[in-house]
Ligand binder design. Structure first.
Ligand code: COA
Length: 255
């Protein structure tokens, strides 16, 4: 039997590949569990700096396996899909998506939990929940209006039609669109750049970006609290020292 979720670590980047191309990478309960385990393991592995998610074949993911939906409907509390979503929503390390093809349902909504996302020009997106007489999931009813505005979110979630990568970019779901053949290299190149950053500074930056509490005044103080600590950190010492010595900083020994 083929592994439906593949993992591969290279240059401190963990690549998770959804590998069920004959079903357009539809996600089964077991696949959610494997992806959750991979993302969780990456959080605890100091050798991993960045996690990427992509798919094989012409699909990123066609969403939840529809047969599973009927046989094992997700429950409000705990389910493999819910655990996966909570895991990616709470991941401390940078998460990057490479949308290589069809991204339907959770194939699109999971992008809202990635820090960066790039799509191949041939990719297609769809949020078909209403068409299936369902409602949005993955926090998309909150997060999509935040990044896209109400009208765009309503168009994508209420009409439930397929849309192209340019529309996904305008809606804030992805950062950029590349030629199909350039996608993997683009994402690896961005991942390598992130993997070379001071890891704790990166994790704190991500945490601040995802913390929507308080007003600007409180945020200034919260940032300054971190800032003062950061100035005394070994990572910052290396950054300043490298500048003084006119060399590139080396953050590889930090975790
Ligand atoms: N769950 C289960 N099986 C799926 C699936 C899904 N989400 N998406 C695709 N498949 C299966 C098809 O049933 C088909 O299986 P078969 O070869 O055994 O008949 C195979 O994948 C290929 O799909 P097919 O529909 O023939 O390919 P296509 O290129 O014509 O269309 C899609 C691809 C993804 C547009 C279409 O399959 C589709 O709309 N799938 C459902 C998407 C969906 O609603 N997801 C849930 C969101 S909440």
């Amino acid at each position: 039997m083929t592994d439906t979720i593949l993992t591969h670590c290279e240059d401190r980047i963990l690549k998770i590949t959804i590998n069920r191309p004959d079903k357009k990478n539809a996600l089964t309960l077991a696949m959610y569990d494997q992806m959750t385990a991979a993302v969780e393991a990456a959080q605890n592995d100091s050798e991993v700096r960045v996690v990427t998610i992509t798919g094989t074949g012409d699909a990123f993911s066609s969403g939840n396996d529809l047969a599973d939906f009927l046989s094992h409907p997700p429950t409000p509390g705990d389910s493999p899909a819910a655990r996966f979503l909570h895991t990616i929503a709470g991941a401390e390390k940078p998460l990057i998506a490479a949308v290589n093809g069809l991204a339907i349902g959770i194939g699109t909504t999971l992008l809202l939990h990635c820090d960066l996302a790039y799509a191949a020009v041939s990719a297609k997106f769809q949020l078909p929940f209403v068409n299936l007489a369902l409602v949005p999931e993955a926090g998309s009813s909150l997060l999509l209006p935040q990044v896209a505005g109400h009208k765009k979110a309503a168009e994508l979630l209420m009409l439930g039609e397929m849309f192209d990568p340019e529309t996904a970019r305008e809606a804030g779901l992805i950062n950029g669109v590349c030629a199909d053949v350039a996608l993997e290299q683009t994402v690896m190149e961005v991942s390598r750049r992130l993997a070379a950053k001071p890891p704790e500074a990166l994790r704190l930056t991500k945490a601040l970006l995802k913390d929507h509490s308080g007003d600007a005044g409180e945020r200034i103080n919260k940032e300054l609290g971190h800032f003062a600590h950061r100035l005394e950190s070994p990572e910052a010492h290396e950054a300043m020292q490298a500048f003084m010595e006119k060399r590139l900083p080396d953050f590889s020994k930090f975790s």
